[in-house]
Design a protein around this ligand. Structure first.
Ligand SMILES: [Zn+2]
Length: 212
């Protein structure tokens, strides 16, 4: 087994997720940009619940997110999960949140990736913190690509895009990989509220500050 492992490393040497330098998953230089801390923000769209994150967005963070999301690289998954657990632990301590609701990707996207990415990492964070996870949300219609839209346009683009499947008593904590404008979290909270569920907080691994 050990021989096989070193053989694999010879053929597929470990490279830094941030800068591709040979060696470890994240080199000491890139580690400075991926160093979990507690960042509390709120979105102008949903000022009534706090957002807990642990990694400020940077080019390094962007590469880790992409490696986990689009390529399913396990070391990137691990970095994201650890960042999420860090923020979730603080969130559970400070808010009345009792269960996790992951933000789903659209079915077509999940099919291409071979998994519901956020659910997969949220599941591990839930296990670690002994918090139940309920996959209540699903997409009801297509939305435009969000990358070029500002907060208001994103909010209009997303309005009514999600529905919640059922009622669960308690307070939800929304989970996503990245928050930029908060429009997705806002829509998720609206959908949950429509089925009578209160959102106590949101937790994301990364945050693009300031929230636009
Ligand atoms: Zn690096």
């Amino acid at each position: 087994m050990k021989i096989l492992q070193s053989l694999e490393e010879l053929i597929f040497p470990v490279r830094c997720l941030g800068c591709s330098a040979l060696g470890i998953e994240i080199c000491s230089r890139c580690r400075k940009d991926w160093h979990p801390r507690i960042i509390r923000t709120a979105s102008k769209l949903s000022p009534h619940f706090p957002i807990y994150s642990s990694i400020p967005y940077s080019p390094v963070a962007g590469k880790v997110l992409l490696a986990a999301k689009e390529s399913g690289i396990s070391s990137a998954d691990k970095l994201l999960t650890d960042a999420l657990i860090f923020a979730l632990t603080f969130c559970l301590d400070e808010t009345p949140a009792t269960f996790i609701v992951p933000i789903p990707s659209r079915k077509e996207v999940a099919r291409l990736r071979g998994r519901q990415f956020i659910s997969a990492i949220a599941m591990q964070a839930g296990e670690f913190t002994s918090t139940p996870i309920h996959e209540l949300l699903s997409h009801v219609r297509k939305v435009r690509d969000q990358s070029t839209l500002d907060a208001k346009a994103r909010s209009i683009n997303l309005d009514g895009a999600l529905i919640s499947r059922r009622y669960i008593s308690g307070n939800a904590v929304l989970i996503d990989d990245l928050v930029t404008t908060g429009a997705t979290l806002h829509e998720a909270a609206r959908a949950l509220r429509a089925s009578g569920i209160a959102v106590a907080a949101a937790v994301t691994a990364c945050v693009a500050e300031p929230l636009r």
